[in-house]
Ligand binder design. Structure first.
Ligand code: SAH
Length: 359
C-alpha cells in the first residue's frame, strides 16, 4: 500500500523531496495545492515539473478513503460513513448550528473520529460495543474534514474529536492532524476551534498541556465520584479520580484555556442533589463550563447487566439540574440531541448502517 501524502508535515515533505533530489521549496507548493485548491490527483498540480508529478503519483496516495456515504437527519445533522483503504470503517457527524444569535448562527461543527472502534468499554456508549480495530493515521483524520467540506461545499467553523475512539490513546497521530489542520499557511480551521474530548487518560492530558497544542480540552467526567465513574466507565474510571482532576488543574495552569466537563445525566444515578454539590465543587477548581448531555439510548447494541439499567434523566430533571448548578455559581449548557433519528447523536456511532447492509 502507498503512503498517504497527508501523513506528512511540511518538514517531512521537505525531507522526502530531498531524498528524491528535488528542491525543498516545492513542499509549500504541494501543500497549497492539496489543502487549498484540493486537487484529487498529483497531475493536476500544474506548477510542478512532470517528472516530480510522476514521482509523487508513484509514491503517494492523496485520498484515504475507498468510498463515502451519508445519511441525513430531519434536524439537519448529516452522518458520514467512510470506508478506509484496509476496509475498516469510521463515522463523522456534521452538526447543524444550535444557536440563533448572529455571532454563532453560521457555525458548522464536524464531530470526527480518531480510531476505528474503541478500546474503552464505557457502558453507555455504542462505539464501545465495537471491537477496537486500529488507530487512525493523521491523513485519515484530516480527510474526514476535507471530504465533508467537499460534499457540503462550505468551510467548517469548529471541529470536535467526539466521534469514534479515544483521541488521547492515538496521541501522536491526533497531534499531527491538529498541526496540519491549524497550519497557518492553509488554515483549515482556526486555532482553538478544535476540541479534543477525552475519557481521561492522565499521562496524555499532562502531555497535551506540555505540548500546548492549539486546541480546547473536554473531559468526559459523567460522575462526581470515583465509585460511580468506575461503574460507568470501567476502563477510563480506573484512573484515580483526584489525580484526574489534578491533571486538569495542571492543564489549565499550563495552557490558561478553560476546560469543559461533559456530564451525561442518568436517572437516579448522578442527577441527585448531592451530585450537584460535588460536581459544582469540582467544576470550580479550574475555569470551566459543564456540558449536560441527555443520555441517548443504545438499545440497538443489546446492552446487558449495568448497561441495560441506565435510563435518561427527564427533560425537566435536566432543567432543574442546570438551575441548581447556577445557584452554586456554576454555568452549564445543555447539549442537544442532534441526529437522534439517524443514530448520529453522542455515543451512538457504531456503524449501524453497515451492519444493516450486511443483513
Ligand atoms: N473518547 C472520547 C470521545 C468520544 S465520545 C471521550 O470519551 O470523551 C464523545 C462524547 O459522547 C463523550 O462525552 C461521551 O462520554 C459521550 N457519550 C458516549 N455515549 C453516549 C450516550 N449514549 N449518550 C450521550 N452521550 C454519550
Amino acid at each position: 500500500m502507498k503512503r498517504n501524502i497527508k501523513n506528512l508535515t511540511i518538514p517531512e515533505l521537505q525531507d522526502y523531496l530531498v531524498s528524491v533530489s528535488e528542491p525543498k521549496y516545492r513542499a509549500n507548493q504541494i501543500f497549497q495545492k492539496i489543502y487549498v485548491q484540493r486537487v484529487a490527483t498529483f497531475d493536476e498540480i500544474a506548477n510542478l515539473p512532470k517528472s516530480l508529478r510522476q514521482k509523487l503519483t508513484n509514491d503517494f496516495d492523496i485520498s484515504s478513503f475507498n468510498s463515502s456515504k451519508s445519511q441525513h437527519s430531519s434536524d439537519g445533522t448529516i452522518k458520514f460513513l467512510f470506508e478506509l483503504k484496509d476496509g475498516s470503517a469510521i463515522e463523522s457527524v456534521l452538526i447543524p448550528c444550535e444557536y440563533t444569535d448572529e455571532a454563532k448562527k453560521n457555525r458548522r461543527t464536524l464531530c470526527i473520529s480518531s480510531q476505528a472502534g474503541c478500546s474503552l468499554n464505557c457502558t453507555f456508549c455504542a462505539t464501545g460495543k465495537l471491537k477496537f480495530k486500529r488507530n487512525l493515521s493523521a491523513s485519515e483524520i484530516v480527510d474526514q474534514v476535507l471530504a465533508v467540506e467537499k460534499q457540503i461545499g462550505s468551510k467548517l467553523t469548529n471541529i470536535v474529536f467526539m466521534g469514534m475512539g479515544e483521541p488521547l490513546l492515538n496521541y501522536e497521530n491526533v497531534k499531527k492532524a491538529v498541526e496540519i489542520l491549524t497550519n497557518p499557511e492553509i488554515q483549515l480551521i482556526k486555532k482553538k476551534k478544535l476540541t479534543i474530548s477525552t475519557a481521561g487518560i492522565i499521562p496524555k492530558i499532562i502531555q497535551l498541556a506540555d505540548d500546548n497544542l492549539p486546541v480546547k480540552l473536554a473531559l468526559s467526567l459523567h460522575a462526581p465520584t470515583q465509585d460511580l465513574r468506575k461503574k460507568l466507565m470501567p476502563s477510563a474510571g480506573k484512573w484515580k479520580f483526584d489525580e484526574l482532576i489534578e491533571s486538569i488543574e495542571y492543564y489549565y495552569r499550563k495552557t490558561k484555556t478553560p476546560v469543559t466537563f461533559e456530564y451525561i445525566l442518568f436517572e437516579g444515578l448522578n442527577d441527585r442533589p448531592e451530585d450537584i454539590k460535588r460536581l459544582a465543587k469540582l467544576a470550580k477548581r479550574v475555569p470551566a463550563k459543564i456540558n449536560l448531555i441527555p443520555f441517548h439510548t443504545i438499545e440497538f447494541t443489546n446492552p446487558t447487566g449495568f448497561a441495560s439499567e441506565l435510563k435518561p434523566a427527564s427533560k425537566g430533571k435536566i432543567q432543574w439540574f442546570r438551575k441548581e448548578l447556577l445557584k452554586l455559581d456554576v454555568q452549564s449548557f445543555q447539549r442537544t440531541s442532534s441526529g437522534l433519528d439517524i443514530d448520529a447523536a453522542c455515543g451512538q456511532l457504531a456503524l449501524k448502517s453497515l451492519r444493516e447492509n450486511k443483513q
